[in-house]
Design a protein around this ligand. Structure first.
Ligand SMILES: [Fe+2]
Length: 323
């Protein structure tokens, strides 16, 4: 039994109109009419990938993780309950809202709502993006990744690694603790940022074409305060990306070129190079932290660190995009 992908995300917002423009026009998702106080968005052939509910809080509402078989839901429920975690089976109504066949619901030790879902539904209508993009890298790699602020990353490690079975990709301890986890070939589908606070830091969507990121970057720069991290490239997952401030305050990373790993042979390790080879200037952080991060990437650059050329292998991409 294993979790295979990040399937869907739900967030709370009291500014649905802003989310409509942000997710549709900037991110390029397809808005789907659900009526009432909920927005839903498609990113591919799935019925929905992102749900925005008009609820107070401006935060993560739920993370939906996929399992391969219905029996996995039963196995996970038993394992979690053994560990003292309360698990609820989602009823027909909730399963219909999520467009999955069955799901279980529980919380992580910080109170983040987690759903494990089986058999998500696809739509017979083709995906129509909200702006002209080539599409998102999803399929077996899932929606993208989700990153939480946590009070104590070490304390949450046993829950995600040992109970949910997430594989540790790597971790860095300076200038703050960051733990990255994989559930498939995507370098990380989940990460924890030990920032001594609880909340949602960002989620990432990956575009098939770098120009889709660049054209989004142009659009984001037209709006005051929309760009939260400037364009840059990460050292561990090789993602070229910028971070946009969402209408709910947390960020959405717009990425391209992420690293594919082999989970079978991958070994967890500590990293020392800081988060980025270049760029990703965090415009919202205090000057002291920005300076530290800038020093780390200037040092990485002076040592000649860069993405290895294998990331540009077209054969690999054709294998993983299933086209
Ligand atoms: Fe990220």
């Amino acid at each position: 039994m294993a979790i295979t992908a990040l399937g869907y995300l739900g967030v709370r917002s009291d500014t649905l109109d802003d989310w409509s423009g942000f997710a549709g026009k900037l991110l390029g998702m397809q808005q789907v009419d659900r009526g009432g106080k909920t927005l839903a968005f498609r990113m591919d052939d799935r019925k929905q990938r992102l749900v925005v509910a008009q609820e107070p809080g401006n935060s993560l509402a739920f993370m939906g993780w996929e399992v391969a078989a219905k029996s996995d839901l039963e196995s996970f429920a038993a394992r979690l309950e053994n560990a003292g975690i309360k698990v609820t089976w989602g009823g027909r109504e909730l399963a219909d809202q999520r467009f999955v066949e069955a799901l279980i619901v529980f919380e992580d030790p910080d109170g983040n709502r987690i759903e494990l879902a089986w058999n998500p539904m696809t739509d017979s209508d083709p995906f129509t993006p909200g702006r002209p993009i080539s599409g998102f890298m999803t399929g077996p790699l899932g929606l993208g990744h989700a990153v939480l602020h946590v009070r104590d990353a070490q304390a949450l490690l046993p829950f995600y690694r040992d109970l949910l079975g997430f594989g540790v990709s790597d971790y860095g301890l300076t200038p703050y603790p960051l733990y990255f986890f994989h559930v498939n070939g995507r370098h990380h589908s989940f990460a924890m940022l030990g920032s001594s606070q609880a909340g949602f830091h960002h989620f990432m969507v990956e575009y098939k074409n770098l120009d889709d990121v660049g054209q989004g970057y142009d659009l984001a720069q037209l709006e005051e305060g929309r760009v939260a991290f400037t364009l840059g490239r990460h050292t561990n997952d090789y993602m070229t990306s910028f971070y946009a401030a969402s209408p709910s305050g947390f960020f959405v990373e717009n990425g391209w070129g992420g690293r594919i790993i082999d989970p079978e042979s991958w070994e967890a390790h500590e990293t020392f190079d800081g988060p980025s080879f270049w760029g990703h200037e965090r415009l919202c952080l205090p000057e002291k932290t920005r300076t530290r991060l800038r020093e780390m990437r200037l040092d990485a650059a002076a040592r000649g660190l860069r993405t290895p050329p294998m990331i540009d292998c077209p054969w690999l991409y054709s294998e993983i995009t299933c086209e």
